[in-house]
Write a protein of this length. Structure first.
Lengths: 115, 109
């Protein structure tokens, strides 16, 4: 039982390049989330998904796109990377937000640097 | 706009001290408040609080929620160097978690 996994762990991009971050969970969770974490900013929600085939914008969605074609996978895409997108990206999953006892399980993070 | 504010942002104490971390929030459709500990990598879950006045305890860590005054505290007694981490508070609203900025706790030997 791997929980939540993310690939890659590290990546360096040049401005304007594109890339996709992959998140996978094996807990059969309905909800999945992408966050970015910058120094002094806590975790900020980029996009999230409440089920296969659905996505929704979070707090800081600009410059990112997501897809949830399969329940266990949630992809985060950067079409044209900018230095402002240098950050650590965390994926998380949970059973479903309507339960007050629902908690999120986090992946190990991806450190992205855009030069 | 939903908001979670933690204080202090940074705290340095000596091993053995007791610390109190604060979290205040303004979130519509409050469902629960969660505390996470983040060391080098992903946040790890500590507590979930849903009811006022009921203390959750795990070893030297404890937490309590006040839904009337909209805040929570996380206490750590007899701190150890392994408690050094960023402590994140998050509040669950209708569909999402809203995170505070985190408190960076450093325990010096």
């Amino acid at each position: 039982n791997a929980g939540v996994t993310q690939t890659p762990k590290f990546r360096v991009l040049k401005t304007g390049q594109s890339m996709t971050l992959l998140c996978a969970q094996d807990m059969n969770h309905e909800y999945m989330y992408w966050y970015r974490q910058d120094p002094g900013m806590g975790l900020r929600l980029i996009h999230y998904s409440v089920g296969e085939g659905t996505t929704a914008k979070g707090e800081v969605p600009d410059g990112y796109n997501v897809s949830r074609l399969k329940k266990q996978n949630f992809l985060l895409g950067l079409e044209s990377a900018a230095p402002s997108q240098t950050s650590v990206y965390f994926c998380a999953s949970s059973t479903g937000s309507y339960s007050s006892t629902d908690t999120q399980y986090f992946g190990p993070g991806t450190r992205l640097t855009v030069l | 706009e939903d908001k979670v504010v933690q204080s202090p942002l940074s705290l340095v104490v000596h091993e053995g001290d007791t610390v109190t971390l604060n979290c205040s929030y303004e979130v519509t459709n409050f469902r629960s408040l969660l505390w996470y500990k983040q060391e080098k990598k992903a946040p790890t879950f500590l507590f979930m609080l849903t009811s006022s006045g009921i203390e959750k305890k795990s070893g030297r860590l404890s937490s309590i929620l006040d839904k009337k005054e909209l805040f929570s505290i996380l206490n750590i007694t007899a701190t150890q160097t392994g408690d050094s981490a960023i402590y994140l508070c998050a509040v669950k609203g209708a569909q999402k978690l809203v995170f505070g900025q985190g408190t960076r706790l450093t325990i010096n030997p």
